[in-house]
Design a protein around this ligand. Structure first.
Ligand SMILES: CC(C)(COP(=O)(O)OP(=O)(O)OC[C@H]1O[C@@H](n2cnc3c(N)ncnc32)[C@H](O)[C@@H]1OP(=O)(O)O)[C@@H](O)C(=O)NCCC(=O)NCCS
Length: 191
């Protein structure tokens, strides 16, 4: 088995490539090993089951409103990304899709005009605060650059300080011209 790359500082994850595009093993600072890979069709059931373990506040921050469960329809769409239009990465425990618990989901959906893409991310509180959100968002940005997108953007609740702080550190800027006061529109120019 290939050794993991050593992290350069506390926020970088130890990681090693795995077979397949966008697939890698990472080790979090708490020593938990995870696999990061594109979402698969049979992740739907674990994602729906795992939703019950999330705190209401995590759900509110991700979706902007309260949700009790993920519908079959939404889970199906999430787990069947349209090639070239959706890019979805998951971080799971080291098991094959369908058997693996899904601890984080990061998604990009390309806008209808094809120039930009909207991001969304959720790292469950079991894994948060260890650099995983930063790493997965960086991967989305990497994908966006490869697709030669002009920008990545998203709407974040104004009280979501962790997300706004992370976005700021990655170079996102705020553009509040069109949003209600409780929402912040952020964008990162890619070229
Ligand atoms: C926001 C979120 C993705 C961050 O993921 P994470 O894995 O915890 O983030 P990381 O450990 O990579 O931390 C990256 C940066 O985020 C910020 N951050 C993370 N947790 C924070 C906290 N509790 N308070 C303030 N800033 C925080 C910091 O800037 C941190 O950088 P630092 O480690 O140099 O201080 C995660 O908390 C989450 O999924 N929240 C619920 C859903 C959500 O808010 N989604 C975003 C809207 S789509």
């Amino acid at each position: 088995m290939k050794p993991m790359f050593k992290p350069k500082h506390k926020h970088r994850l130890a990681r090693a490539p795995m077979p397949g595009p966008w697939c890698e093993r990472v080790r979090l600072p708490d020593q938990r090993e995870l696999w990061i890979r594109p979402i698969a069709a049979n992740d739907a059931e674990p994602i729906q089951a795992g939703f019950a373990l999330l705190h209401p506040d995590e759900i509110r921050k991700r979706y902007g409103y309260a949700m009790k469960e993920i519908s079959d329809d939404y889970a199906h769409r999430l787990c069947h990304p349209l090639p070239g239009r959706d890019f979805v990465l998951v971080a799971t425990d080291p098991m094959p899709p369908g058997r693996a618990l899904v601890g984080a989901v990061a998604r990009l959906v390309v806008d209808d005009d094809g120039h930009g893409a909207e991001f969304a991310i959720l790292v469950s509180h079991f894994l948060a605060g260890q650099g995983l959100g930063r790493h997965m968002l960086c991967r989305l940005i990497q994908w966006g650059r490869r697709k030669r997108l002009r920008e990545i953007h998203g709407d974040v609740l104004a009280d979501n300080h962790p997300m706004l702080e992370l976005a700021h550190e990655l170079g996102f800027v705020r553009d509040n011209s069109h949003e209600p006061d409780d929402m912040v529109h952020i964008r990162l120019r890619l070229r």
